[in-house]
Design a protein around this ligand. Structure first.
Ligand code: NAG
Ligand code: NAG
Ligand code: NAG
Length: 357
């Protein structure tokens, strides 16, 4: 019994490594679209992304009720959803401009619908360092996007202090812990700073059965999944699911592997993932080069091999950090943290192909 379980996990790992290698080869030689698109075709209805709407369209109908009206719960389906959203990275919006366009966002980047009681409370958690301009684009799009969905939400930016190697998963652990001090959130959304959602029917709420992967169709992967177990980009877990998987690993320094570890943890904790349909999970990535302090994590496959032995010890129950500050900016809560750790010096020249993954 035990040994067959063991064999299963090794087989899974082998498959994971194998699918990444195959993917790299395909991407390298043909571009991702050709072979994968048929294989991962969307199971649900399709959207016409050639017709898009401004993310601020009709948002001005959400204003406080006049005094004599009693506030009730928001309708289950928001009346102003439009589907595909126009996302362009032409002119960088100013912070003041974003504040002006979002008059009901309160200090710390918090919002409650002014016209009804929200059904869901979601915390958006964004690991961050040296990405101020990406953050600006994301805030410009994400605030109205979330308001369209009539959510009670708050945006947390988890800012890694110092020059050490970036540690995305550890920052996410910090974000969850701090966010749950503010509010009893229904849903925790892990959000990369450079991904913009393109369809407002892609609801920023959790699936109460399983952790949900939301960025299933990113433009950099030609709007398909890079490999079947992919869990990177944007995902949503409930606090219960998060605790059940002991949060995320603290031991992945630099780029890569931590999202595969999360996927493994979910399975080890007896769950599986749910996936936003590809037709709905469209995201645009803000074009950029990899940061110099986020080098490829070369030992990630070695770490992944150990996950089944380490996940119960390494996670939210072993989080060791120095909280430096918690500041309420107008558009987000800035949690600055020293996550400790190591500095990997950049190699002379990193292979370009890795920046795709
Ligand atoms: C905006 O609201 C108006 C009035 O309700 C409606 O006629 C129009 O279709 C809406 N626009 C979009 C893009 O949904
Ligand atoms: C970060 O690096 C810069 C330049 O390399 C250096 O001046 C600075 O002291 C470093 N900061 C920390 C906190 O190590
Ligand atoms: C967050 O706060 C720290 C400390 O005040 C500051 O250095 C950093 O620039 C802030 N980051 C963002 C994204 O606002």
């Amino acid at each position: 019994m035990m040994s067959s379980l063991h064999a299963d996990k090794s087989l899974f790992l082998l498959f994971l490594v194998f699918s990444q290698i195959v993917f790299i080869l395909i991407l390298y030689r043909h571009g991702a679209s050709s072979l994968l698109q048929g294989f991962l075709a969307s199971p649900q209805g399709s959207w016409d992304y050639s017709k898009t709407h401004n993310v601020y369209t009709n948002l001005s109908v959400f204003i406080p009720l006049s005094d004599e009206k009693m506030m009730t719960h928001c309708p289950l389906k928001s009346p102003i959803l439009v589907g595909p959203i126009t996302v362009i990275f032409a002119k960088l919006p100013s912070e003041r401009g974003i504040v002006k366009k979002n008059p009901f966002v309160q200090s710390g980047g918090q919002y409650r619908p002014p016209h009804c009681f929200a059904h869901y409370k979601s915390a958006i958690i964004i690991p961050h360092r040296n990405r101020e301009l990406h953050l600006r684009y994301l805030l410009y799009y994400l605030h109205p996007f979330l308001q369209r969905q009539q959510l009670h939400y708050r945006i947390y930016v988890i800012h890694q202090a110092g020059n050490g190697t970036f540690n995305r998963a550890k920052l996410l652990n910090v974000g969850v812990k701090e966010a749950l001090k503010n509010e009893d959130w229904d849903c925790l959304i892990m959000h990369d700073v450079d991904l913009i959602p393109e369809n407002d029917y892609n609801l920023y709420i959790c699936d109460h059965r399983y952790p949900k992967h939301m960025s299933s169709a990113m433009d950099k992967f030609k709007y398909s999944l890079p490999y079947w177990s992919y869990f990177g980009g944007v995902s949503a877990v409930t606090p219960e699911q998060y605790l059940r998987m002991n949060g995320f690993p603290n031991t992945y320094w630099g780029w890569g592997g931590e999202d595969d570890d999360m996927f493994m943890r979910i399975q080890l904790a007896g769950m599986t993932i749910s996936r936003t349909p590809l037709s709905l999970g469209h995201y645009k990535m803000i074009p950029h080069k990899r940061d110099k302090e986020n080098q490829e994590n070369k030992i990630r496959f070695t770490l992944l091999k150990k996950t089944k032995r380490t996940w119960k010890q390494d996670g939210i129950n072993s989080l060791d950090i120095q909280l430096i500050s918690v500041e309420e900016a107008q558009l987000y809560t800035n949690i600055t943290v020293d996550v400790g750790g190591i500095t990997i010096l950049p190699p002379e020249k990193s292979k370009d192909i890795w920046t795709f993954l």
